[in-house]
Structures are given as C-alpha cells and as structure tokens.
Write a protein that binds this ligand. Structure first.
Ligand code: BES
Ligand code: MN
Ligand code: MN
Length: 466
C-alpha cells in the first residue's frame, strides 16, 4: 500500500474517538423531516453538516429549497487536477422515532453500548444515514489533515427530505445540474454483506406508495340496527386487501408482472455463490421459515421480486373494550416495491383498477399518492466499480460482495437523470441495525471501516484520469 494512503488510514484510526464524538453531536439533533414541528431542528442538522464540511476543508453552504435546505459542498482537489469529480450523496434527516416506549435509551441521546460485535452507538439515524454520511466526511477530514488537500475533486449533496419523499430534490437537481455535474455519484446509505465483508449494491428496488380510503354509509352506525344490511367499509377494505395476493403469494394487481425482468443467469449464479445465511436472517427477527412468492428464495424475494405490502390500516373503533359500530370509512397505507422494468405509473393505474373492480355498490374510494420511483440498477460498465473494489479489498482483506437490496433510494435515479452521474452504492450498515425501528444502531467498527474505505476509495479515484 502506498505511503500516501497509509498515512491517511493511520490518521483515520487515530481520530476515531473524536469521529465518534462528532457523530454523537450529529445524532443529538432530532432532524425528523416528516414532522413540521421539527423543521427548525432539521435545518439545524443541515447547518451542522455545513460546519463539518467546512472544517474538513471544503467550500460548503446551505441552499434553500421549498422544503428542507440542501447541503452543497465542493473541493477542487490538488491544484490543476484533471481527474474525475466525485459527487457524494447522503441525507441528514431521519425517520420519526416512534414507538418511543420500545427504545432502551432516548432516540436522540446517542448511547454507546457493548454488543456481540463490539461497541455500537444507539440512536435514531445512527446508520440511516448520519453514521454513514460521517464515514465520507471523516475520510475528507483525514485526507485534508495529512496532505492538506483531497486527492481528487469532490462535490457533496446532502438532502434533508429523503425520509419524507424528497419533494425538493428533482427541482433542485434541475436548477443546479451544472453545479452538481460529476463523473460518478458515491452513496453510503445501504448495507454490507456482513461485518467482515464489504459490499457494493448494484440493484435497488423502486417504490409506489398510496393511501386508500373506502367510504360507505354517510355516518357511523349501530351495528345491530344496520349490520348485515349495509356495506361495512372495514370489511370491504379488508376483503380488497385480502385479495391482493393469491395462495402462492403472487400479487393480483392487473398487469403487475408484465414488465418484470428476470435476473440473468450469471447474476443468479453469483447470488447463490454468496451463500445467504437465511436462517440467521430470519432468526434475527424471530422467524423460523420464510414467507413469500412461491418458488423464490428469500434473496430473490427481497432483491429482485416486486411486492405489495400494507404498511398500516385503520377504521372504526380501536379503543378499549367493545363498541358495536359500523364505521363510515376505513383506510390503509399500501406500498409496492418495484423491480426493473416496472413503471410506477402503470402500477398505480393497476392499483386503482384493482380497487375499483372490488368496490361494492354503496361504497366509494379515495386514493392519495405519496411518491413513486422506479427500480435502479448500476450500469455494469461503471469504470469506478473496479477502483472501489480495490479500495475495499485493501481495507477488509477480502473481496466486496456484489449485492442487491430490497430498499429504495429514489434520489440515485433522479441524480442519474439530471446530472448523468451513475451511482456507486457502498454502504456500511448491517441487517440487524434496526433501520427505521426502535433502537437503531451503528457498529463503531462499521464507522471506522467505512471511513477507512472512503479514504482508500478517494485515493483510488485520485489515481484515475479522465
Ligand atoms: N437508506 C434507506 C434505503 C435502504 C434501506 C437501502 C435498507 C438499503 C437497505 C433509505 O433511507 C430509505 O429508508 N428509503 C425508503 C424510501 C423513501 C422513499 C422513504 C425505503 O426504502 O423505504
Ligand atoms: Mn437512508
Ligand atoms: Mn431510511
């Protein structure tokens, strides 16, 4: 390994305790983008990132949008440099922490605790995405501390609305496409294969999210006086939901699978070579066997098959004891994870047709759309992939796994559309990090190895020429 890089990696290791402290400062800011009551704190988290990037030697600013502000930072690399420019994308907002009573420590009071894999920090946003954003900021800082400069030009874009729909992202990308122009977009908002094995995510699923409300009688009714003689919206909605899958767990929305592309044989073979520890994956969440589309493995079900899930449903009486009532309406939040080459608009139309075909006389429905994004695949000729694999191998001493992911990061598709930069998804989360759940955590070993990886990737990118 070159002395240039070794010195940076040593610096990263030496600075690790301070890096942990800085991450804890970040985690103390409750930047819940979905909740307007937290708007000031969300902006504060953006401002905190600007400060961090400035102190790491970048030119950084907070740029307003119609929603939460964007953090934009640049560094020109060594004087007169003519290598590729790297765009780093991440988000400084977090999911709401509820249900609060299930947290073992308050969600915005980061707590370092011992776990089977060493020390970990527990807090909302620990892995998604504050801890991961810090992996590249700390890598910039180490390069600047040791060599006075970054080894290549970089641009940083951090948004504050990723967890609540990214409404301001497209308009911002359109308005500032030139300022954000780069040769590749590096994102750390996904996972590793396991704590010792790094991963590059090559596929993300897309997402269509709706809320359906079924209306029936014009007011809530006594279920003895009216029951059996009128449509009950709770029953009607439950029946519609129950028909979404057949006995083989195949989604019944019309046209749903029309554009679904099967994963190629070589990719399937590469996935089987990963030897996915299915019983561990399921055991961690208290399950003994998988459940899903017949004839598909758990990996296929999460990485390359589309889904339709109810995320919440309500209506009628849900308080203590019994109340004999027929509610006048019932609602459900429903989302579909999409795979290539499903079109979000077509899936949305299919959901409407599915509901309409099953609505009895006397009922009407409303459908609200909460965003839609297609699946994303990294182009397999991405020239930055090799450099990244070399860097990861240098840090972990083993090859990075090429993996898919069931999650969605709509921003990466939008960034490619508007700036032309393909995404390179190198994340440091683990399956048991409790993303979006109570007691979200980030292993300190992942923070350190992630920072070392970004430091090594920067070195590799700095050796590339246009
Ligand atoms: N970082 C996640 C996406 C993710 C999760 C990737 C797990 C890989 C593994 C991101 O912050 C996220 O939560 N995305 C949302 C979509 C968004 C539109 C709210 C998701 O996947 O539900
Ligand atoms: Mn995220
Ligand atoms: Mn998230």
């Amino acid at each position: 390994m070159s002395d240039t890089l070794t010195r940076v990696l040593d610096r990263v290791r030496a600075a690790h305790p301070e890096s942990v402290q800085r991450l804890c400062d970040f985690l103390r800011i409750p930047s819940i983008s979905a909740d307007p009551a937290h708007n000031a704190q969300t902006a504060q988290a953006g401002a905190w990132c600007v400060e961090q990037l400035r102190s790491a030697g970048l030119n950084a600013q907070l740029m307003p949008t119609a929603g939460h502000p964007m953090v934009v930072a640049t560094h020109e690399g060594p004087p007169g440099w003519d290598g590729p420019r790297i765009l780093y994308y991440g988000h400084y907002d977090v999911q709401p922490p509820d249900p609060l009573h299930l947290w073992t420590s308050p969600p915005f009071e980061p707590t370092i605790v011992d776990g089977p894999k060493g020390k970990r920090v527990v807090a909302r946003g620990a892995v998604d995405d504050k801890g991961q954003v810090m992996t590249f900021i700390e890598a910039f800082r180490a390069w600047r501390d040791v060599h006075g400069t970054l080894p290549c030009p970089v641009t940083v874009l951090l948004e504050g609305e990723e967890e609540s729909g990214s409404a301001s992202l497209e308009p911002f990308l359109k308005a500032h496409a030139k300022m954000l122009a780069a040769d590749v977009c590096v994102v750390s908002d996904t996972g590793m294969w396991d704590i010792d094995t790094p991963a590059v995510t090559t596929m993300l699923r897309g997402l269509v999210y709706v809320e359906i409300t079924v209306h029936g009688p014009s007011r809530d009714l006594h279920s003895g006086m009216y029951g059996g003689a009128v449509p009950n919206p709770c029953n009607v909605l439950a029946s519609i939901i129950a028909q979404l899958h057949d006995a083989n767990r195949v989604v019944q929305i019309p046209g749903f699978y029309d554009d679904v592309r099967e994963v190629s044989a070589p990719v399937k073979a590469q996935w089987s070579s990963l030897q996915f520890p299915e019983s561990e994956f399921l055991g961690d969440i208290g399950l003994k066997s998988g459940f899903g589309e017949k004839g598909r493995s758990t990996l296929e079900r999460t990485w390359s098959r589309p889904t339709c899930d109810v995320n919440g449903m309500w209506g009628g009486y849900t308080g203590a004891g019994a109340k004999t009532v027929i509610a006048s309406h019932a609602s459900a939040k429903l989302s579909c994870r999409l795979v290539a080459d499903q079109e979000p608009a077509k899936v949305l139309a299919g959901i409407r047709a599915f509901v309409e075909a099953r609505l009895p006389d006397g009922c009407t429905y409303e459908l609200a759309e909460f965003g839609a994004a297609p699946a994303f695949s990294v182009r397999d000729d991405n020239p930055f992939l090799g450099a990244t694999q070399r860097a990861l191998k240098g840090v972990f001493g083993r090859d990075a796994a090429l993996i898919g992911s069931g999650g969605s990061i709509p921003a990466v598709g939008a960034i490619r559309t508007h700036t032309g930069a393909d995404a390179l998804l190198v994340g440091f989360g683990l399956d048991d990090d409790c993303v979006h759940s109570p007691n979200e955590k980030f292993e300190l070993r992942c923070l350190l190895n992630g920072t070392l990886s970004h430091a090594a990737m920067l070195h590799e990118f700095g050796l590339m020429r246009r």
